[in-house]
Design a protein around this ligand. Structure first.
Ligand SMILES: [Zn+2]
Length: 347
């Protein structure tokens, strides 16, 4: 995996050192770094930095005021500063490209802004950085991260904490950046193409059929895809309910739903097939990068049942009152928090 976090921390610290004393606090505020965060960042040892570099998500989100900044150049005195910020943003973009992950989930850069910015030439990007007030903000409380270089489960929890930090921040400050993916259009794409996509993701034919209709067709599509080795044999087993995923794999369920909610438009009025498919891909990418075995991951049908449960409002996400971490639960029966450090954790 192409690593990002230690480079961004280094650039952040350099940037702070380069600034005059009067600008120092302005930069900390802009990057949402508290004095104790700064101390924490300065004291990270090699092992901590290695652990941070193994996370497939950035510690810093990319925020900006505007993309419409007009043309024109930059004065000499701001050129250098803008160049450092540009390097940080470009390094984050390289991270997205090299690891094949979604910009919103991995670096907190909304998909529309990401596409617009990336398409521009150097000087124009530099201008956007300065005039559009680009900034790299801490996405979550870094001091609560576990920073394990060895445990995949611990890395999974750190990814959830970081993405959840973004989810909360964006819901409050920039709600337009989340939930932007529209579902596939049944009229334009046709039920058969949608069914094919979901079968190729590994969703079991019974669930696909319930979603798109086409009773006989889905099974024959599935047989055809299996002959072509486009779907794994595994898909098609028994169908549980969302409850089994929630109780068996609460952390994985939380990560998947969190990503789905970051992406999906109208997750309560429908199961958003397109956002589901993208969220499943992101979830699998994250698990692969932190080296979670495939048989320890949610399968596509389990993930589908979670999205379906969310739509039916039987699956809910909220914040644990004790440890402030995100928890997802079955609305019909409250399960105690699954976070290991929580005082209210399940026994
Ligand atoms: Zn808790």
């Amino acid at each position: 995996m192409y690593a990002l976090n230690s480079a961004l921390i280094q650039m952040t610290l350099r940037r702070i050192i380069l600034e005059s004393e009067s600008n120092f606090h302005a930069i900390l505020t802009e990057q949402r770094i508290s004095a104790s965060d700064l101390r924490f960042l300065q004291l990270l040892n090699r092992q901590n930095l290695t652990a941070l570099d193994q996370l497939p998500v950035s510690l810093f989100r990319i925020g900006y005021r505007s993309m419409e900044v007009g043309r024109g150049g930059l004065d000499d005195d701001v050129f250098e500063r803008a160049t450092i910020s540009l390097s940080m943003v470009m390094e984050s973009i390289a991270f997205v490209e090299r690891n094949n992950v979604n910009p919103l989930i991995s670096i907190g850069f909304d998909n529309k802004g990401y596409d617009l910015f990336r398409a521009e030439p150097f000087l124009r990007r530099l201008n956007m950085i300065y005039r559009g007030r680009f900034t790299l903000m801490l996405r979550s409380n870094i001091q609560s991260l576990e920073l394990s270089a060895t445990s995949p489960d611990s890395k999974l929890r750190d990814c959830i904490s970081i993405i959840y930090g973004d989810y909360k921040y964006l819901s409050k400050n920039n709600p337009k950046a989340i939930g932007t993916m529209r579902d596939w259009s049944m009229e334009m794409m046709g039920a058969e193409k949608i069914a094919t996509n979901l079968l190729m993701d590994g969703v079991t034919p019974k669930l696909v059929e319930a979603h798109v209709g086409l009773p006989e067709k889905v099974n024959s599509l599935h047989r055809k895809l299996r002959r072509e080795h486009s779907v794994m044999r595994k898909s098609g087993g028994r169908i549980g309910t969302h409850t089994s995923a929630l109780t068996r794999m609460p952390m994985h369920s939380t990560l998947f739903i969190l990503i789905y909610l970051m992406l999906a438009r109208e997750p309560i009025s429908r199961i958003n097939g397109f956002a589901f498919s993208r969220a499943l891909f992101e979830y699998r990418q994250i698990c692969a990068h932190i080296k979670i075995n495939e048989d320890e991951m949610l399968d596509a049908s389990e993930a589908w049942l979670l999205a379906a449960g969310y739509r039916a409002q039987e699956v809910k996400m909220s914040e644990c009152r004790h440890c402030k971490n995100p928890v997802i639960y079955d609305a019909r029966k409250i399960i105690p928090c699954a976070w290991p450090a929580c005082s209210n954790r399940r026994k």
